[in-house]
Design a protein around this ligand. Sequence first.
Ligand code: AR6
Length: 180
Amino acid sequence: MKVQFDSSRVELVQGDISLQVIDAIVNAANPQLAGGGGVDGAIHRGAGPSVMEETRARYPLGCPPGDAVVSGAGMLPAKYLFHAVGPVWRGGQQRETELLRSCIRRCLELALKHNCTGIAFPAISTGAYRFPVDLAAENSIDEVVLFLRGQSSPMLVRFVLFDAGTYGAFARVLESFVDR
Ligand code: AR6
């Protein structure tokens, strides 16, 4: 599914984010940048050890929730990895939504800074971090569209959703943006 927003485009695909051929791939990382399962596991497996070596050296203090840091992409077919730290869902009263939107915005800012014309996002926080998928879809897409409408250089933002349920949740939200 693809939707045009001014000169930019948001698209949804179902698949494995570590296989995307695009300027920047977003990792769903933890604050220690220590690696893990899910997206993080797939990305580090595909990228090889150079990425962990680089993030250890450059970001010894890790990265707080709501923020993102950049590294090379190792053996992956991308120029950059943006390691985004989403919130752990704790019921919704711990600024979870704000932190999810903020780590997404930081990735988009990093994309601009590094002259990326394409960026692939996973459904940050909806796996091990248990953020409700519908709420994540609404806020992730809204934050992206808000950003794209406020800037002039064209960008492709691709959400890569692993399973049909998550794809469906994101597709329902993106559809609702067509007439907004
Ligand atoms: N490609 C795309 N999406 C995927 C893939 C993949 N290869 N694998 C899983 N997903 P998660 P989080 C989906 O857990 O919730 C890690 O251990 C998954 O089905 O990867 O932000 C980190 O080290 C879900 O919809 O990220 C952190 O400790 C979504 O991607 C912690 O998990 C996000 O699931 C981060 O948790």
